[in-house]
Design a protein around this ligand. Structure first.
Ligand SMILES: NC(=O)c1ccc[n+]([C@@H]2O[C@H](COP(=O)([O-])OP(=O)(O)OC[C@H]3O[C@@H](n4cnc5c(N)ncnc54)[C@H](O)[C@@H]3O)[C@@H](O)[C@H]2O)c1
Ligand SMILES: N[C@H](C(=O)O)[C@H](O)COP(=O)(O)O
Length: 331
């Protein structure tokens, strides 16, 4: 039985989303179908054929010759590179509608084109980003296992999962608690099995302090928080290391020793991933009732409308969402 198509939410209309969505469709039009929830006119303006559909089940019919779109127009005129706060509401609506289609089974997973946080915040959007918004939208849907969200950035053979996300650095030490670390590791362990088909996941925990605290001389979090958390997780049957010095856990040979890294703050995870492969990196949200991925880049306002944005990361996000959806369907 063929799976439902993936759904893409169009993201910030003034960003590079419409351009990279059009380029991704052009690259993938002979592959498995997907459809977009967004402004069909904006996508047609990218110079591709667009087919307005009334239901996701129609996506496969037109996908090879036209990009299927559930049309929901942006209310305010769109100027590439200059977000208009009057469109912030429709950006959130596109995400909400896409999530609902995943929950109803009409879509097999969600790929979110980039949003810009500042205009959304200006319009009263009360979530840090997609991750927390989608977690709220799916909070009442059943999930077998520990509920996320956990943000995971992945590129090539690296999967880096975050204990804390959009926090000022000076708040990280107090937010890195044993409970947060354990919850994150449980979500990641279960997601490696559910979404990636890894029967016995190997997790590597990053230390917070240089040289993993140098036995307490450079900080106490490893002794007081992280090692006890790792011991408790191992007692639950989760294979996880003691906190490792973060500067020596991302080289080629080190990455081969684990399936996912548990990182303690945003840039500890995102710098190695975006250094390894900025163009092919993907952001995935673990621990949700639905599959959700996103490109690792943002709205690229300074290049929006110039025709130079690269679709690589969105293409990788579409491919990863398809793989995760297939893994879930095979369970
Ligand atoms: N997936 C997402 O929704 C997502 C991810 C990251 C940032 N953001 C948001 O995007 C906005 C801008 O963030 P930023 O400037 O920090 O990051 P950005 O990724 O938008 O831009 C960083 C740099 O990379 C370039 N770039 C990005 N994507 C590119 C592509 N596909 N092809 C060619 N060049 C590309 C940009 O031109 C810029 O020079 C912010 O509001 C941020 O919160 C959203
Ligand atoms: N930290 C993410 C990244 O750099 O890719 C980005 O802010 C996206 O976050 P959401 O997916 O929660 O919008």
């Amino acid at each position: 039985m063929s799976r439902a198509p993936l759904v893409l939410s169009l993201g910030e209309p003034a960003g590079i989303g419409p351009e990279v969505v059009a380029k991704a469709w052009t690259a993938l039009r002979s592959e498995a179908p997907f459809f977009v929830v967004g402004d069909a006119w904006l996508l047609a303006a990218q110079g591709i054929a667009v087919s307005e559909i009334d239901h996701p089940s129609e996506a496969a019919t037109s996908f090879g010759r036209a990009l299927p779109v559930l049309h929901h127009p942006a209310p305010a005129p769109v100027t590439a590179g200059t977000p208009d706060v009057r469109n912030a509401g429709v950006v959130a609506d596109w995400i909400e509608k896409s999530v609902a289609l995943c929950l109803s089974g009409d879509a097999s997973g969600l790929v979110t084109a980039p949003i810009a946080k500042a205009p959304l915040y200006a319009a009263g959007f009360r979530f840090p980003g997609h991750t927390e918004f989608i977690a709220e939208l799916t909070a009442d849907a059943p999930l077998d296992g520990t509920r996320g969200p956990v943000m995971m950035l992945t590129a090539r053979d690296l999967r880096a999962c975050l204990v804390t996300i959009h926090l000022p650095l000076d708040q990280v030490p107090e937010m890195v608690t044993a409970e947060r670390v354990k919850r994150t590791a449980r979500v990641v362990h279960e997601a490696m099995r559910r979404d990636f088909g890894i029967a016995r996941p190997r997790l590597a925990m990053a230390a917070l302090n240089p040289h993993a605290g140098e036995n307490g001389a450079l900080g106490l979090q490893e002794i007081e928080v992280l090692r006890p958390a790792a011991e408790a997780l191992r007692a639950e049957g989760i294979a996880i290391t003691d906190p490792l010095p973060a500067d020596t856990m991302f080289h080629d040979e080190a990455r081969a020793t684990y399936d996912a890294a548990i990182c303690l703050y945003h840039d500890q995870a995102l710098i190695p991933v975006k250094t390894l492969d900025f163009w092919g990196g993907v952001n995935a949200t673990l621990g949700l009732p639905i599959v959700r991925t996103s490109p690792d880049h943002g709205t690229g306002f300074e290049i929006a409308g110039k025709g130079v944005a690269r679709p690589d990361s969105l293409i990788a996000a579409i491919c990863l969402a398809s793989e995760m959806a297939a893994a879930r369907a095979s369970r």
